[in-house]
Ligand binder design. Structure first.
Ligand code: 5RP
Length: 251
């Protein structure tokens, strides 16, 4: 069904993407969670490939399953970062033009509350991630244990058209939210894959994520916000010195 690399063309297993090699405290948990969601993928599926350090492990694991088990799949990347990673790991690229309905969307998250509402967009890719998640029958998230929280309280990433930036900031002020333009390297404006700005909007504790999501959707110039309320399943990895386990939370 999908073009597949011959095993002989890949003489050694692909090294993990450099992004996978950082030695943060949750590296082991990210890897376990990422591998766990990649195990949900069956032959013939078309899956969304989210963005970030956790889902990078899922993409790498899918690549390994393609080599080891002859898994035949297509992946729809949600960013240039994921596109390059998928290519590196020989995961065949698919598009929403060919597959407007996906079997699964695999992704990471920045924060998850007890009702499985999620804040995403730490990598600035939440617009494509939301489109891909909405196209999928099941939206599956992988996280390390640090991402769980009783309530959402991180700033909510907003992808904003540069033309509309001052107007959006005015609207946020009316909502009593602090809005901060995201910058790369301390001073350059962070630019998304769509050529837009990211504003991180601080609402404090988000008591009603669905309502805030609706309100943010009505601001002209906000292309997409980072609140996701349609998660099907979360794989949370926890590691201590002795063992690593993955718990599956379902809605
Ligand atoms: C990118 C995202 C990421 O999924 C989120 O930031 C989590 O990233 P990581 O797995 O690196 O912690 O929403 O826009």
């Amino acid at each position: 069904m999908f073009a597949q690399k011959q095993q002989k063309e890949i003489e050694t297993p692909k090294p993990a993407h450099p992004m996978c090699c950082f030695m943060g405290p949750s590296r082991v948990e990210k890897e376990a969670a990422g591998r766990s969601i990649a195990e949900l993928v069956d032959n013939g599926m078309v899956v969304g490939l989210g963005t970030g350090t956790t889902v990078a492990y899922a993409i790498a694991h899918l690549g390994q399953r393609i080599i080891d088990d002859g898994l035949s799949i297509g992946g729809v990347p949600t960013s240039y970062q994921s596109l390059l990673l998928a290519v590196e790991h020989h995961v065949p690229i698919a598009t929403l033009y060919e597959h407007a309905v996906l079997d699964l969307a695999l992704d990471g998250a920045d924060q998850i509350d007890t009702h499985l509402n999620v804040i995403k967009g730490g990598g600035g890719s939440h617009t494509r991630e939301k489109i891909v998640a909405s196209a999928a029958r099941r939206f599956i998230i992988a996280v390390d244990s640090s991402k769980l929280a009783p309530h959402l309280r991180l700033p909510v990433p907003l992808e904003v058209m540069p033309f509309a930036y001052p107007v959006v900031m005015k609207e946020l002020k009316k909502m009593r939210a602090g809005g901060m333009l995201r910058r790369s390297d301390g001073y350059r404006a962070f630019i998304t894959d769509q050529g837009n700005f990211i504003v991180d909007a601080d609402f404090g504790v988000v008591q009603d994520p669905e309502k805030l999501a609706k309100d943010l959707s009505t601001i002209p110039g906000v292309v997409e916000h980072g609140i996701f309320t349609n998660v099907s399943e979360v794989h949370v990895a926890r590691a201590d010195a002795k063992e690593t386990c993955v718990e599956i939370l379902k809605r």
